[in-house]
Each structure stands twice: as structure tokens, then as C-alpha cells.
Write a protein that binds this ligand. Structure first.
Ligand code: XLS
Ligand code: NI
Ligand code: NI
Length: 436
């Protein structure tokens, strides 16, 4: 059955096209920086925002007009899957990402949940075979059900810890079954509200134990996907433990987990942590920890995760500079952890949203590639640090000198000359690339 009857496969028509149902920049097979755009970008659909989100907010119930609205149970899950795969096929999206709870109903017991999952996994496998669409990553939802009110692996209740472990075990198994290339841990409710009722030391140790168990189980079943942690500073808890990239890397090192995980950086989480998206990508990259991206956009006037489709080309360019400098993002990709606005309730709005997001990152990729090719910024930065390539700077970098040698050297200095950082000149140059 076809659901988007009036929409055929979205084609690339170029930047002057006025057809809202065409790509202006995303030309999947066009080669940029040595490989096709689709291989650089590895776009993925977020199952939750696209298929299970209903558009509710704290002031009102769902608004989304969806063909499964009247259905329940497995029937609903199957229809969602059908629609999702048609959407991805027509958009030319090669991957999807999912939580266990997105694809199958929870049921009345853990056992029933697992059975529902098995049935849906078989169903989705068929759709994957038919369309050639692959799984970028899977994860578990250990935050919606009220049993997780105090967290999952950081809950004060050991039974909840055990239940969460059972969920992750199963989610990892089905991700492997679906050929998932990564498995994500997003903190959910792993955090706290007040120190008056919280043993942060035990909670963090337990989080470390939980992740070690995941590493062990991964080895046991022979899952070869990359494990990822997705930082977020707040929401739903006031203090989320996985605050930002730097915090997560420190945590991983403390629990000796650094070789088993990389980071899944989300644009909107970066800005909630008062960082830019590119800052978080950069911190991950220079530590060899850049794993994947949740490509969305926040509203800087609002203090919560709005998960909007990305339309800001400036930010996308800055992000793609990091991705290119990382030598690519695979086996990760760009998952649109983004949802259409509550008022964009019609099915076809999903197409406009994904086209906008995909074009934004395609354009960002092209501009970033041009910047790297031309080398203007790279040369500027190289020049700025030239003092470390010879003389005393070279000795500092190679570890040949300590405080005593440096003091002796400093005493010989008559004058210290600095050069301008030229920020405004560089920002103007950045704009020139965008205007081309
Ligand atoms: C929520 C997170 C979530 C993860 C997957 O803020 O972004 O959507 O990406 O659990
Ligand atoms: Ni996310
Ligand atoms: Ni988010």
C-alpha cells in the first residue's frame, strides 16, 4: 500500500528550483571530497520523532494527522513501519535509528514486550530487505515508563537497575539482528534533582558498572557495532550526568571505558550546555571520540530541547568542517533527531522537514569542503601557532625544557610581540563562502 500517493521519489533539481518537493543541494551520488554525498552524510530517520511522536506538549494533546491514529497494538506498529519505510525510500534516506519502544508496544510484562519486539523485528527486517534501508543505531527507552521515575541504571532502586539491564540486553540483541552499526546510550533520567535525596557517588559508580556490563555483553554476543554515549546537560533532570562531551570523556576515563565508547553529539544538547555544536564536535574529534551526530537545531531563545529540523547553513558548515577533519563520521551518521512543529501536522510536512534538513547539511558539506580545499583558515591557524615549530616553542612541544630552562629563556626576552587574532576578518571570510 502507498501512503504518500501524491509524492513520488524526491529528486535533486538544483539550487534554483522552486519545487518544495525537490532537493536544492542534496545530490546523493555527487562526489564531494572524494566520495558521494550520501557516504559523507549517512542520513538517518529518527523513528521516534517521525513515527511515534504525536505532537503533544505540556498544554495540549497530540495534533499529528497520521494514518495509524485509530489503530492500537501491533497493527499500529506495523503501519508505522510501512509508512516510515515509504518515507525513507522516497526521500532517499539510507538509515534509521530507533528505541525499542518506538517499534513495538510495551505489552503487559517484560516477556510480552520482548515477544512484541521479536515480531516487529522480523517485520522490519522484511522492509529493510525490500528497500535496502539499513539501521544506523538502536537504543532503549528507559525513561518514559513510570518505573524509571528516579532513573534507570542510576535509580536508587536495584530492581529498576535490573529491569533496565534486561531492556538494554534485548535492545542490543535486536540492534545486532537488524545489522545496526552502532548502539546508543542517551542518559534518559540518569541525573538528579536535589542532593538532599541523592547519593551521586553510588549513582555514578552504578552507571559505570552498567556500561561495563554492556561492554561485556557486547563481546559475549559478538556485536561489532560502535557503542555511543549522547551527552545532554539537562532535561528531563536538572543535572544530567552526561552533561557534555568533556564530562562524558572524563567519566569514561575514570571507569576505564574510554576504549569502548565514542560520542553521539546532538546539536540542541550542545547549545543547552552553553556550547556551540561545533565545539562539542571538536572536543570529541580531538580526543578521537567523535562517533555520530544527532543533526537537529535548538531555539536559542528557549532553554529546552526543541529538536527542530536543522535549517541553519552557518552551523551546518561549521559542523561539517569538523566531520571532514575527522576523516568522516562512519560507522556513525547524521540522524535527524528532529520533529516537525506541532502545527505542521500533515503527513507531507515530514517531507518538507527532511528535505530542509538534508539540503542544509548537503550545502554545509559543500561549503566546508571548499574551505578545506582552499586552506585559508587552516593556513591562518597554522601560522598563528608557528612559534611552536622552531626555537623555544619546538623545545616546549618536544618536552626538552622545564620551568628552569624557560625562566632562563624568559630572562633574555626584551619584548614580547603578539599578533592579532583577526576574528572579524575571519568571520567575514566565512560569510563570503556562504554567499557564493
Ligand atoms: C533526547 C535525546 C534522545 C536520544 C535517543 O533528548 O536526544 O532523542 O537521541 O534516546
Ligand atoms: Ni538525541
Ligand atoms: Ni535531544
Amino acid at each position: 500500500m502507498e501512503f504518500f500517493k501524491n509524492i513520488s521519489k524526491i529528486k535533486y533539481e538544483g539550487k534554483d528550483s522552486t519545487n518544495p518537493l525537490a532537493f536544492k543541494f542534496y545530490d546523493a551520488d555527487k562526489v564531494v571530497a572524494g566520495k558521494p554525498m550520501r557516504e559523507h552524510l549517512r542520513f538517518a530517520m529518527s523513528y521516534w520523532h517521525t513515527l511515534t511522536g504525536e505532537g503533544s506538549d505540556p498544554f495540549g494533546t497530540g495534533t499529528m494527522d497520521r494514518p495509524w491514529n485509530e489503530l492500537t497494538g501491533m497493527e499500529k506498529s506495523k503501519l508505522r513501519a510501512e509508512v516510515g519505510f515509504e518515507l525513507m525510500s522516497k526521500l532517499g534516506i539510507d538509515y534509521f535509528c530507533f528505541h525499542d519502544l518506538d517499534i513495538a508496544p510495551e505489552g503487559n510484562s517484560l516477556k510480552e514486550k520482548q515477544e512484541n519486539l521479536d515480531e516487529m523485528v522480523a517485520y522490519i527486517e522484511e522492509l529493510m530487505k525490500k528497500t535496502g534501508i539499513k539501521c544506523l543505531w538502536g537504543t532503549t527507552n528507559a525513561f518514559t515508563n513510570s518505573r524509571f521515575m528516579h532513573g534507570a541504571s542510576t535509580s536508587p532502586n536495584a530492581d529498576v537497575f535490573a529491569y533496565a539491564a534486561a531492556q538494554v540486553k534485548k535492545a542490543m540483541e535486536i540492534t545486532m539482528k537488524l545489522g545496526g552499526e552502532n548502539y546508543v546510550f542517551w542518559g534518559g533520567r540518569e541525573g538528579y534533582e536535589t542532593l538532599l535525596n541523592t547519593n551521586t557517588e553510588l549513582e555514578l559508580d552504578n552507571l559505570g558498572r552498567f556500561l561495563q556490563m554492556a561492554v561485556d555483553y557486547k563481546a559475549k554476543i559478538g556485536f561489532t557495532g560502535q557503542l555511543l554515549i549522547e551527552p545532554k546537560p539537562k532535561e528531563p533532570t536538572k543535572h544530567q550526568y552526561d552533561f557534555d562531551a568533556a564530562t562524558v570523556m572524563g567519566f569514561l576515563r575514570k571507569y576505564n571505558l574510554q576504549d569502548h565508547f565514542k560520542l553521539n553529539i546532538e546539536a540542541n544538547h550542545a547549545t543547552l550546555a552553553m556550547h556551540t555544536f561545533e565545539h562539542e564536535l571538536n572536543m570529541s574529534r580531538i580526543n578521537g571520540m567523535l562517533g555520530s551526530i544527532d543533526a537537529n537545531q535548538g531555539d536559542l531563545l528557549l532553554g529546552w530541547d526543541t529538536d527542530q529540523f536543522p535549517t541553519n547553513i552557518y552551523d551546518a558548515t561549521a559542523a561539517m568542517l569538523e566531520v571532514l577533519r575527522n576523516g568522516g563520521i562512519a560507522p556513525g551518521g547524521l540522524n535527524f533527531d528532529s520533529k516537525v512543529r506541532r502545527g505542521s501536522f500533515e503527513l507531507e510536512d515530514l517531507f518538507y522537514a527532511y528535505i530542509a534538513g538534508m539540503d542544509t547539511f548537503a550545502r554545509g558539506l559543500m561549503i566546508a569542503d571548499e574551505m578545506i580545499q582552499e586552506g585559508f583558515f587552516d593556513n591562518f591557524v597554522k601560522e598563528r601557532y608557528a612559534s611552536y615549530e622552531a626555537g623555544i616553542g619546538k623545545k616546549i612541544v618536544s618536552g626538552e625544557v622545564g620551568f628552569e630552562e624557560l625562566e632562563a629563556y624568559a630572562l633574555t626576552l626584551e619584548e614580547i610581540k603578539n599578533t592579532s587574532g583577526r576574528q572579524e576578518m575571519l568571520e567575514a571570510r566565512f560569510n563570503q563562502y556562504l554567499y557564493k
